[in-house]
Design a protein around this ligand. Structure first.
Ligand code: H76
Length: 492
């Protein structure tokens, strides 16, 4: 059996053993000269206390569920929804949830917005209905964004929903409503907290160190509170972890992840939380992913041709409809706003490269959604209802990208999600060696002819009477390579 079929941890162990042996031999040899078999420094893994805990993808049931869900929604809801990008009569074009920073509003003045927090049109069951109809399998909710205002009644700060006219536990109501619809709830949590006097951007003195130590204890308390009070939470998605203070306290990031995993068995955690001994983030100093999935693709996606390395790990991207508005902003005319088809394309693009896609909503201060988001949810839902089988549980197909769109794959089913119809009305498919295309069917429609144009090259006719917009063709294939494991390898 070649090393190709061994899973990564085994390879890693073997490599470590080989390195140790080589080092031992080098040390024992009387003339310890540098020669060809002497390992180069670059080949030796740096010992790390706070590096990756695992090599390769997690393959337990909770991780598979996270992965198979594929489509999620983000909800950015906080005090920033009240001013909606406008402060003292001036509209700031930057991200609405950062308005406090753009307009240089002092923390106490900003938190004074709590007196106006009274979302009279907030109907959690309608939110959950909308999410279900859109076809999302999970929702990531901002428990606390950078401003520090908590959507749950945290006992560790006074800046929470409990101390607003609304009073009720928004997070609790949402968890209940989404879970009742079978939708998983993930918690967004910002470590960066503009409301807390002990937060530090960097540690430059003993005083800073003492303050930040108190801050980390506060943060840990809040995380324990969330994990304990809402035990159905499936994921923690950390943000606001990029400051020097956090990089200098990498030990804490490893500890927080460990604590959450002890409190909530199976819970997943994004790479953005983590830093290693050298302050290296997401991937440790040996190049191994920390946390359970990579979370760096924010408002962008990996290139389908150049960046196929992302298929080696789990990852999740997130996107906004405008260029960069997460919280509610009253004026969406200030930037490009994506159409529902563009959202669909990004969902397919992510899945075609083995990733998840999370589409953002920034609810209004009254608890309702703006019309653009309602329309988008409806259009995406309509598409997902017909073509969702090329999304849920699907993965990277490993076939060469073609200009008409994207492949996804589930076992032996290969899907073609077609976004561009060529003038020829023939869709080129180039298969790997030993894989034949034997038929093609429009999802929700009829079979469409396939012609073999050359060895491993097929022309799939654009089906007659395709509906408007992107459509999906399911291919029947014959794989005579006897190496199905190769695909399984690409799909894991
Ligand atoms: C920068 C930044 C934050 N990360 C995104 C997910 C939003 O929460 C944005 O405010």
């Amino acid at each position: 059996m070649s090393a190709y079929f061994l899973n990564i941890p085994v390879q890693y162990e073997m490599r470590k053993t080989a390195i140790a042996l080589a080092l031992l031999l080098a040390a024992c040899s009387a003339s310890a000269q540098v020669n060809e078999s002497t390992p180069l420094a670059a080949d030796i893994e740096k010992p790390l206390r706070y590096g990756a805990e695992r090599l390769g993808k997690r393959q337990d049931a909770d991780m598979r569920r996270f992965r198979d869900n594929r489509l999620g929604a983000f909800i950015h809801w906080g005090l920033y929804a009240i001013p909606g990008g406008e402060w003292d009569g001036k509209v700031y074009p930057g991200a609405a949830e950062w308005l406090k920073a753009w307009a240089k509003v002092p923390a106490d003045e900003w938190l004074g917005l709590m007196e106006q927090w009274n979302p009279v049109n907030f109907k959690p069951r309608e939110w959950a209905d909308m999410a279900r109809r859109m076809g999302v399998k999970y929702v990531k909710i901002t428990t606390k964004h950078h401003e520090g205002f908590c959507l749950w009644p945290s006992k560790y700060t006074k800046y929470t929903v409990a101390n607003t006219p609304y009073k009720k536990d928004i997070l609790g109501e949402l968890v209940k409503a989404f879970n009742e619809q079978g939708i998983d709830v993930h918690f967004y949590f910002s470590v960066l907290d503009w409301s807390h006097p002990d937060y530090r951007y960097d540690i430059k003195s003993d005083d800073d160190a003492a303050a930040y130590a108190r801050f980390l204890e506060f943060t840990e308390n809040q995380l324990r509170e969330l994990a304990t009070n809402y035990p159905t939470v499936k994921d923690f998605w950390f943000d606001g972890t990029w400051d020097a203070s956090m990089k200098k306290n990498a030990w804490w990031t490893a500890r927080a992840e460990k604590m959450l995993k002890e409190l909530v068995p199976g819970v997943t955690v994004n790479s953005r939380l983590r830093a290693d001994d050298f302050g290296k983030r997401h991937f440790d100093s040996n190049g191994h992913l920390m946390g359970d999935y990579e979370s760096g693709y924010e408002r962008r996606l990996p290139d389908p041709v150049r960046d196929t390395k992302v298929t080696r790990w789990d990852w999740e991207a997130c996107m906004t409809l405008p260029e960069n508005q997460w919280g509610y902003h009253k004026d969406w005319s200030l930037s490009y706003v994506k159409s529902p088809v563009e959202v669909i394309e990004r969902i397919v693009h992510a899945v075609s490269m083995g990733g998840n896609m999370v589409v953002n909503f920034g609810p209004q201060a009254d608890g309702d959604f703006r019309p653009e988001e309602k329309l988008m949810a409806q259009e995406v839902g309509r598409w997902m209802k017909r073509y969702g089988e090329c999304i849920y549980g699907c993965d990277y197909a490993g076939w060469d990208k073609q200009p008409w769109g994207y492949y996804t794959r589930k076992g032996d089913d290969v899907y073609m999600a077609v976004f561009n119809v060529p003038y020829s009305r023939h869709l080129t498919v180039v298969t790997p060696k030993n894989v034949k295309v034997t038929g093609a069917t429009l999802i929700g429609g009829k079979d469409t002819p396939v012609t073999e144009a050359a060895r491993n090259e097929y022309l799939v006719d654009v089906p007659e009477n395709t509906p408007d917009g992107p459509f999906v063709i399911k291919l029947r294939i014959e794989d005579s390579s006897g190496e199905k494991d190769r695909y399984r390898d690409a799909l894991t």
